[in-house]
Design a protein around this ligand. Structure first.
Ligand SMILES: [Zn+2]
Length: 111
């Protein structure tokens, strides 16, 4: 996402995924963040359709894996399947965070 105030990248992946980005937890949940360059208060206005397409695809992947899980356990063993499951969920979480950051549109918010 580009900051409308300074036209630079408003936040980075780690900042987006693991910090509150300069706002309170409550504000963060509402989609507020501050720009990492100029510190202006921003609010996520919308997500582009790529994110919804990804969300739908991720949902299908998770659903089909969950559906097939018990079939594959005798073949590969429970531990392997659990590790694959964790890898899928972690991978999707990372992709989703990247996507949310990339495909969200932010506007300047009033304090
Ligand atoms: Zn800025």
């Amino acid at each position: 996402m580009t900051c409308p105030s300074c036209n630079k990248e408003a936040t980075g992946f780690y900042r987006y995924a693991f910090t509150l980005q300069g706002v309170s937890p409550f504000k963060s949940m509402q989609g507020y963040l501050t720009c990492q360059h100029c510190g202006v208060l921003l609010k996520v206005k919308m997500f582009k359709k790529q994110l919804w397409v990804f969300l739908f695809a991720a949902f299908i992947v998770v659903l089909s894996f969950a559906y097939k899980f018990s079939d594959y356990v005798p073949k590969f063993g429970f531990n392997i399947m659990a590790e694959v499951w964790i890898a899928i969920v972690t991978g999707l979480f990372v992709l989703f965070t990247v996507g949310m950051r990339k495909y969200s549109h932010v506007e300047k918010a009033e304090k």
